[in-house]
Design a protein around this ligand. Structure first.
Ligand SMILES: [Zn+2]
Ligand SMILES: [Zn+2]
Length: 75
C-alpha cells in the first residue's frame, strides 16, 4: 500500500473522507479521524466561511436599517 500523493512513500492510514491511502507526511489527525490535506481544506471552508458571511451580511443590513430609521426620526 502506497500513498496516493507520493507513489514512493509507504501509506500508514486512509483518509476518512475520500478513502485515499496516506503516508505520514500527508495525514492530518483530528478527533473525527484521519484526513488528507485536500479534504481538510474543504471541510474547514464549509464550516467556517459560510456562517461568518451570514453574520457579516446580517449586521451590515441591520446597520443600514438603523441609519435609515435614525434619519427618519432625526429630521
Ligand atoms: Zn481525503
Ligand atoms: Zn504522502
Amino acid at each position: 500500500m502506497h500513498c496516493a500523493y507520493h507513489p514512493d512513500a509507504l501509506a500508514i492510514t486512509y483518509c476518512a473522507r475520500c478513502g485515499r491511502a496516506l503516508c505520514k507526511d500527508c495525514v492530518v489527525r483530528l478527533s473525527q479521524g484521519n484526513f488528507c490535506e485536500r479534504c481538510l481544506s474543504g471541510i474547514s471552508e464549509r464550516r467556517t466561511r459560510r456562517p461568518w458571511g451570514l453574520y457579516l451580511g446580517a449586521s451590515i443590513a441591520l446597520l443600514i436599517a438603523l441609519l435609515l430609521i435614525a434619519r427618519l426620526f432625526g429630521t
